[in-house]
Design a protein around this ligand. Structure first.
Ligand SMILES: Cc1ncc(COP(=O)(O)O)c(C=O)c1O
Length: 428
């Protein structure tokens, strides 16, 4: 398909502002632009006395006409915020407040533009990938990762994967050398996905490791585009002083024009609002370049989900502005931390059945089962014999989600796992 003049205009402007970013765009991103269609025209007319633009049913004065039960259930909310469309790029206040939150976490956010709002974090990753990933491109992943990346980059985008061990052989932390070596195996443009705190390993790097990762990525970007997807889904859920609570994204801002950092985060885990479906895609470029990338994102949002969920953004705004917010988050973090400590003790007791990988954050811990045991087999037996649900990660690993069990259930969970492992014959 031809690239339309509106897209050409964005492309030319982006090329002038950030040629490396333009060159890294996927064919889809080069075609994408937010058209002067209905949402655009409705936005322009939003201050008019008579606004006959948008297909949104109102009383004629900009107020919704909610049906009885929903109106009743949401009667504490401002009807406009609860029932009307969100702008395609997200509600201005939601974008601003999220940016302020990140700015409070790190002053380097000052140079970065506002995020595009997405329908959850998975959507932010998927959209980031659609903008930069071309079928046949290579994604570097540690060997322990959220399985949905295969759907996004493999099934949807026909990518190739290169994997390196998440932990070094001595299990001393994150495998920075492994990342460096993996980068060296790929020629030209390369994509790197890093998810800290990690699902499934529950590991967040130390501040020193974080800086080393940033160095490695910067070195790798000397002569080619390195696109880094920072999946910060579990941001803030950190339980040890030695683990960083900072995002890798901050370390990558302004490091190299070839190093294109993309931050994918949102309310799902951080604000414990799983069904809310509010995510953010922040571009680690200049603000001017980010504006064009947000415009291209809006094309993808408009053609995919129409617009992001308005009511959830409103609820998020209220939460972030509430004076109790920080304390409320801390209460949730502490609940998780108590479970984390009990689980750490329980899985670290001497056993021949598994090795515990280092974990210090997030929602999970990962065990490598003793040689000969099959993780899928153990998972099935746990359901059948012990009425216990866990997740297998490949053939060797079992993931325990301490975020979703009580403190009291932790010892019995670990005891069940050990019992099932003990009575299972090694497979040949
Ligand atoms: C590592 C990781 N990234 C992203 C997500 C997706 O978050 P969301 O539910 O907001 O799409 C999850 C959800 O489990 C996750 O574990």
């Amino acid at each position: 398909m031809d690239i339309l003049p509106e897209a050409l205009d964005r492309n030319e402007r982006l090329k002038a502002l950030a040629p490396e970013v333009f060159n890294a765009l996927s064919p889809l991103a080069r075609r994408a632009f937010f058209p002067k269609g209905i949402p655009f025209q409705a936005g322009q007319a939003s201050g008019c006395t008579i606004n006959a633009t948008i297909g949104q049913i109102t009383d004629g004065f900009g107020n919704p006409l909610p049906l009885a039960r929903m109106g009743e259930l949401l009667s504490n909310l401002r009807p406009k915020d609860a029932f009307l469309y969100s702008p395609v790029q997200g509600r201005p206040k939601a974008r601003q407040l999220w940016h302020e939150k990140l700015l409070k976490e790190d002053a380097r956010m000052e140079s970065v533009g506002l995020a595009a709002v997405t329908a959850g974090i998975c959507h932010a990753i998927s959209m980031a990938a659609e903008l930069f990933f071309t079928p046949g491109d290579t994604l570097l992943l540690p060997d322990l990762y959220w399985d949905n990346y295969e759907q996004i980059f493999g099934i949807r985008l026909e990518g190739r994967f290169e994997r390196y061990p998440f932990y070094p052989t001595d299990l001393s932390g994150f495998n920075v050398d492994g990342l460096r070596e993996a980068l060296a195996t790929v020629q030209g443009k390369v994509h790197v996905l890093l998810n800290f705190p990690s699902n499934p390993s529950g590991y967040s790097p130390t501040p020193t490791e974080l800086k080393a990762i940033a160095e490695v990525l910067t070195e790798a970007a000397l002569n080619r585009a390195v696109i880094v997807y920072c999946d910060d889904a579990y941001h803030g859920l950190v339980f040890e002083k030695t683990a960083t609570s900072k995002s890798l994204f901050f370390e990558l801002i302004g490091r190299s024009p070839n190093l294109i950092a993309l931050k994918c985060d949102g309310v799902t885990k951080e604000l414990s609002f799983f069904g809310g479906r509010v995510g953010f895609l922040t571009f680690g470029t200049s603000k001017e370049a980010a504006e064009i990338l947000v415009d291209k994102s809006m094309s993808l949002v408009r053609s995919g989900i129409g617009s992001p969920v308005g009511i959830s953004q409103y609820l998020m705004e209220e939460e972030l502005e509430d004076p109790r917010h920080d304390a409320s988050f801390e209460t949730m973090r502490q609940i998780l931390e108590r479970r984390y400590r009990i689980l750490k003790d329980a899985v670290s007791k001497p056993t021949e059945q598994w090795t515990v990988y280092p974990f210090n954050a997030g929602c999970f811990c990962l065990l490598e089962l003793r040689a000969g045991l099959n993780a899928e087999d153990i998972r099935q037996r746990l359901i059948k014999d012990e009425s216990v649900g866990v997740v297998n990660q490949g053939d060797k690993h079992i993931r325990l989600a301490f975020c979703s069990i009580t403190e009291e259930a932790i010892e019995p969970l670990v005891a069940s796992l050990e019992r099932v492992c003990e009575k299972t014959e090694a497979r040949r």
